[in-house]
Design a protein around this ligand. Structure first.
Ligand code: GUN
Ligand code: ZN
Length: 425
């Protein structure tokens, strides 16, 4: 079935951080065929070219690429909004006990379905998730994402020290279980496996080395980990790896720095770390609601984008305090304001779509609306609450109309979601 959608179709022509906020185009309609975007243009022209298409008229609603959440922990769904701890205590008090429950595959399957329901309600069509140390936790998310036709990245979280009994693997099993999951899921339908050492405090040098070798053997896999989130954590890393030049070096020394490496948080970077990340064209993932909620610090979006780093945007569920990429854009705006840079709505929207797709090396497939791209779409109601409607009432431009939804919006703004060319939900 060919689908023709009418609405305000937003797409990017370039990165607005580089090309400015006009690097967008607005069309009246788009056509979906075979799960992909076939065309965008005027309603009249597309109706004439596809006279037998099924037409859905979204009126003056915005049609955008679906949101892409580039760093989440789906197993932390149930412990979102846990009170009063900073990173290390938060991990020990809330996260590790909850992740222990994923030894039960039925529990993992239940949370995976609930998590994808929640993200779908928030207009998120793709996620890149940590799982737990249990291989079945990968199977649960992959199988659920596959059934929904979603593009999902996920990996078994590897930890062999500084974690409780029951949540530790070892260098060999981390390698072998990860390799088995690569063989089982990587490249199957829209699924991709991500090599996932949690962070250097919970991996021995031997484990980091084994996972570096696995990445080298599987170069089409992404690799995800955490970097320089809190000052206490950085001190801890210094003590655990006394010969490392800095935190990044604990990855670099073991083959875990490169293009396709995703480094979550990256708040307190040394100049050497920033320069090396730029040189190898690695991806930084900004998780603003997490950084304020856990009290981690203020990511330097303005400086790092200006320096040419590849940056994606993410909720970091459940260290982050929302499943919504709208709430995440608002937090990114506020964090940048505290660093003296007002992010333009075009920059925020780009980060949540093309920017995250670029960070996952998938911007030629998802995160924008253009012929040939996969049809993952979100339809946004720009007057979803009385507060938003009155704030946008005098808008003269698209961005003035959209910014109240960025700052005040939530799942009520999500009118419809399309995944792989099919209406979802
Ligand atoms: N660092 C290591 N593990 C985690 C985690 O689960 N969440 C966050 N925010 N930081 C981490
Ligand atoms: Zn994380």
């Amino acid at each position: 079935m060919t689908e023709l959608l009418l609405g305000r179709v937003l797409s990017f022509t370039a990165d607005p951080f580089e090309a400015g906020p006009d690097a967008v185009r607005l069309d009246e309609a788009l056509v979906i065929e075979g799960g992909h975007i076939a065309a965008r243009g005027t309603a009249g022209a597309l109706r004439r070219a596809w006279p037998r298409a099924r037409v859905t008229d979204y009126g003056d609603r915005l049609i955008s690429a679906g949101f892409i959440d580039a760093h989440v922990h789906y197993p932390q769904t149930a412990i979102i909004a846990s009170w009063g701890k900073r990173l290390i205590d938060w991990l020990n008090s809330y996260t590790f006990p909850e992740e222990m429950r994923f030894a039960d595959p039925a529990y993992a399957a239940g949370v995976a379905a609930r998590y994808l329901d929640l993200t779908l309600a928030n207009g998120t069509t793709s996620v890149c998730s940590y799982c737990t140390i249990h291989p079945a936790s990968v199977d649960a998310l992959m199988a659920e994402g596959q059934a929904r036709g979603q593009r999902i990245w996920a990996g078994k979280t590897c930890m062999d020290r500084n974690a409780p009994e029951g949540l530790r693997d070892n260098p060999q099993t981390a390698h072998d279980d990860s390799a088995a999951a690569v063989a089982k899921w990587h490249g199957v339908d829209r699924l991709s496996y991500v090599i996932t050492p949690r962070f250097s405090p919970t991996s021995s040098p031997e484990q980091l080395e084994a996972l570096g070798a696995l990445w080298q053997a599987n170069p089409t896999c992404l690799m995800q980990t955490h970097l320089s989130e809190q000052l206490d954590e950085i001190e801890w890393v210094r003590g655990l790896f006394p010969s490392a030049r800095d935190y990044l070096d604990t990855y670099e020394a073991f083959g875990l720095l490169g293009h396709g490496g995703l480094y979550g948080h990256a708040i307190h970077l040394e100049p050497r770390e920033r320069d090396r990340l730029r040189e190898v064209d690695a991806s930084l993932i900004h998780c603003p609601t997490s950084n304020t909620f856990i009290g981690s610090g203020l990511f330097d979006m303005g400086g790092l984008k200006a320096a040419g780093l590849r940056i994606g945007l993410a909720t970091d569920t459940g260290g982050g305090s929302s499943f919504s990429m709208l709430r995440t854009m608002a937090a990114a705006y506020e964090v940048a304001q505290l660093r003296g840079r007002a992010l333009h709505p075009a920059e925020l929207w780009w980060l949540a779509t093309q920017g995250s797709a670029r960070s996952l090396l998938a911007d030629d497939r998802i995160g924008n609306i253009a012929p040939g791209m996969e049809a993952d779409l979100v339809v946004i109601d720009l007057t979803s609450t009385p507060a938003i409607a009155q704030a946008g009432a005098r808008a003269q431009t698209l961005w003035e109309a959209l910014f109240p939804t960025i700052m005040l919006g939530d799942d009520r703004a999500i009118h419809a979601v399309w995944i792989g060319g099919k209406l979802a939900g």
